[in-house]
Design a protein around this ligand. Structure first.
Ligand code: ADP
Ligand code: MG
Length: 310
């Protein structure tokens, strides 16, 4: 799940993980940017580099696990797994080598982060079943997503042969396969919609599978057609509004402000409709999630999950 910052990427990723747990399934929700947004959202202790079940987050008998993928920890794990550098790896960490390796080239971080997601996606239990039925990644923002997911193309290009080449090629095959979808979250405003359209173009160019566009925080139109056309033609009778306000015990002097507020809402709504039209041209399957007036708590996440599921 990608999207411009602040559009609800983390919220939608969490709701999608909840929805993916229905029917007794097990979902893993991954954070890769070290923000602890998921822990805050579910009101649990900060996530670590160890998968942890989030109590009460599954649907029916389903389960939602969460993980904060950390590049340094992923590198240590990688060294331990492939080079049996258990204790030596820790020493590298102490000498700052791990830190160096993960900060010297931003691409290295992305290799490690996507590598961990790949590992979790392939992991099987003792009965040889996949441990997770679905993995949802709260991914980097739209401007970075194609590079983030495509980083293993570069690695595969650099390493001509050997295990690194094989691993990088396998990760890219998984990301390009039918198993993967990149969903884009946006709000119906100019900048995020433009970024979404650009993001879709970049993902397609990189042959990465574009999933759904999710328009989040969509404002419902609460005014009648009659009110809308009266407001836009400027034919609202301020005296009549003042009289109705007075009749229900509200201050009649609020009439002008109420009309101005109504007009602002109308303009905003028109903007929203224009942006929706742009997205409907650019991408076929637009999903909409409403702006929840009381913000997002666990109950609201379940509500959003239900809408995504349906
Ligand atoms: N559908 C919604 N209705 C109301 N508030 C929302 C909705 N989706 C997200 N928010 C709020 O918007 C803010 C940004 O959401 P967040 O998921 O953290 O965005 P991002 O991860 O893209 O930065 C948060 O305060 C969140 O609670
Ligand atoms: Mg976030």
């Amino acid at each position: 799940v990608t999207g411009k910052g602040g559009t609800g990427k983390t919220t939608v990723a969490a709701a999608l993980a909840i929805a993916s747990s229905s029917g007794g399934r097990r979902a893993l929700l991954c954070e890769v940017e070290g923000r602890q947004g998921i822990a805050q959202l579910f009101d649990v202790a900060p996530l670590e580099y160890a998968e942890r079940k989030i109590p009460g987050a599954g649907v029916d008998d389903g389960e939602v696990y969460a993980l904060a993928v950390d590049a340094e920890a992923a590198l240590l794990e990688y060294l331990a797994m492939y080079y049996r550098l258990g204790r030596a790896g820790k020493a590298l960490d102490r000498f700052g080598v791990i830190d160096f390796a993960t900060t010297v080239a931003p691409g290295v971080r992305d290799v490690l982060l996507t590598g961990k997601v790949y590992e979790a996606a392939r992991r099987r239990d003792d009965a040889a079943d996949f441990v997770y039925d679905a993995i949802v990644v709260d991914a980097p923002p739209t401007g970075r997503i194609a590079r983030f997911l495509g980083v293993n193309d570069d690695v595969a290009g650099l390493a001509k042969v050997g295990p690194i080449k094989r691993q990088a090629t396998s990760i890219m095959s998984m990301l390009r396969s039918d198993q993967t979808r990149v969903h884009l979250v946006t709000v119906l405003e100019e900048m995020p919609v433009q970024e979404t359209l650009d993001g879709i173009a970049e993902l397609r160019a990189a042959q990465l599978p574009v999933g759904r566009v999710i328009a989040n925080m969509v404002r419902p139109q609460r005014m009648s057609e009659r009110t809308q056309s009266a407001l836009s033609s400027g034919s609202v009778d301020a005296d009549a509004v003042a009289a109705s306000l007075e009749a229900v015990g509200l201050p009649p002097r609020a009439a002008d402000e109420l009309i101005a507020g109504g007009l602002a809402h109308l303009r905003r709504h028109e903007l929203q409709e224009r942006q929706r039209a742009l997205l409907e041209v650019g991408s076929t399957e637009l999903l909409e999630l409403p702006l929840l007036p009381d913000g997002v708590d666990l109950g609201a996440l379940f509500e959003l999950a239900e809408r995504l599921a349906s």
